[in-house]
Design a protein around this ligand. Structure first.
Ligand code: XLS
Ligand code: CA
Ligand code: CA
Length: 437
């Protein structure tokens, strides 16, 4: 049974096309810097937004119909979501999906019953994967929705709740391995605090590191070879979340000896909530060898919360793909952790959202490659630091000098040298001339 009968397979028609159900920039087989767009841009569908979220917000209920012809909360509905999801991905040429355990099946009264449901649905998903070639990018456990996690999961004050979290992670890892997932994500939505007055921060951090260590040990023991990923976010739902941003998360991973098994999953909207640009977070991960995967969405600068919009801002995707290309590509993928606006509530809108996101990233890729081929920006940056290529500068980077030697060098110079213009406006106008030529 088709869920999107009126929607054709979405094809590339080029920038002049006025067909809303066609790609204007995403041309999967086009080769850019030696790789196809498909290879550069491993797009993924987020099960939760696309197949589960139906427009409920703090002030109102569903505006969209995501029942797919079945009664929500049943296994029949879980199967209908699989059917709809695979039809949707095939029509768009999306090759990966990401999931939380509870996106796949309704949670039952007992762990055993929920796990039996997960076994059943993952058999069905596996069949669909074999038939279509669609793959799993990453899996995760929802450790924030159930009221038992109100004080956190890995950072809960309750040892029993900690065990429930362990049970969910164990099963989510089993399912991720069964589906051949490339990654396993920890997003710590409730791993943080509302108020330090009732919080033992050190104890909580030690504990969640223990949970992650056990997850790594278990995952490796069942043959999981992919990356474990921390997805930073500074706040929401908690006032302060421990995985605040990429730098904080890398510090945590190194402190607890988890950095060999983990990488970072960077979400654009979480970067801006942390007071950073998306590009900043990508750069921090890349220079630390920790760039794992990307949750591709965007926030709203006028709103202080996580709006999870489909990417539209070409400057942002250009800078994202610039970082990705310079880092040598992505180990993971580009997961559209994005949802339609509450007022865009039809099946067509689901497709329009993905077409917008895929085209915005395709444009970003094309333009980032053009910036690199143009070379002026990279050349400027290289020259900016050229004083470290010879003389005293070369001695500094070779670690062949001392503070005394540097001090006497400075004394001999007399007046300090002008370090040179940063040329920001000139460089920005290069970006514009490449974006809009
Ligand atoms: C929420 C997060 C979440 C993670 C997966 O803000 O983005 O959806 O990606 O748990
Ligand atoms: Ca996310
Ligand atoms: Ca988000």
């Amino acid at each position: 049974m088709s869920h999107f009968e009126s929607i054709p397979k979405i094809k590339y028609e080029g920038p002049e096309s006025k067909n809303p159900l066609a790609f204007k920039f995403y041309d999967a087989d086009r080769v850019i810097l030696g790789k196809t767009m498909r290879e550069h841009l491993p797009f993924a569908m987020a099960w939760w937004h696309n197949l589960c979220a139906a427009g409920t917000d703090m002030f109102g209920t569903n505006t969209a119909d995501k029942s797919f012809g079945a009664t929500p909360g049943t296994m029949e509905h879980a199967r209908a979501k699989v059917d709809a999801g695979f039809e949707f991905m095939e029509k768009l040429g999306i090759e990966y999906f990401c999931f939380h355990d509870v996106d796949l099946v309704p949670e039952a009264e007992t762990i055993a019953e929920t796990n039996a449901r997960l076994d059943e649905i993952s058999d069905y998903i596996l069949e669909k994967m074999k038939a279509t070639g669609i793959k799993c990018l990453w899996g995760t456990a929802n450790l924030f929705g159930n009221p038992r996690y109100m004080n956190g999961a890995g950072t809960s004050n309750s040892a029993d709740v900690f065990c429930f979290a362990a049970a969910q992670i164990k099963k989510a890892l089993d399912i991720t391995v069964k589906l051949g997932g490339r990654g396993y994500v920890f997003w710590g939505g409730r791993e943080g605090y509302e108020n330090l007055i009732n919080t033992d921060m050190k104890f909580e951090l030690d504990n969640i590191a223990r949970l992650m260590r056990m997850a790594v040990e278990y995952g490796r023991s069942i043959g999981f070879e992919g990356d474990f990923l921390i997805e930073p976010k500074p706040m929401e739902p908690m006032k302060h979340q421990y995985d605040f941003d990429t730098a904080t998360s890398i510090g945590f991973l190194r402190q607890y000896g988890l950095d060999k098994d983990f990488k970072i999953n960077i979400e654009a909207n979480h970067a801006t909530l942390a007071g950073h640009t998306f590009q900043h977070e990508l750069r921090v991960a890349a220079i630390n060898g920790m760039l794992g995967s990307i949750d591709a969405n965007q926030g709203d600068n006028l709103l202080g919360w996580d709006t999870d919009e489909f990417p539209f801002d070409v400057y942002e995707t250009t800078m994202c793909m610039y970082e990705v290309l310079k880092a040598g590509g992505l180990r993971g993928g580009l997961n559209f952790d994005a949802k339609n606006r509450r007022t865009s509530n039809t099946y067509e809108d689901m497709f329009y959202g993905f077409i917008l996101g895929m085209d915005t990233f395709a444009l970003g890729l094309i333009k980032a490659a053009a910036i690199i081929e143009d070379g002026r920006i990279e050349k400027f940056v290289e020259e900016k630091y050229s004083s470290f290529k010879s003389g005293i500068g070369a001695k500094i980077v070779a670690d062949e000098t001392t503070l005394e030697e540097l001090a006497s060098h400075a004394e001999k110079l007399g007046a300090p040298e002008n370090p040179g213009s940063g040329r920001i406006e000139y460089l920005e106008s290069i970006v514009n001339s490449i974006l809009f030529r």
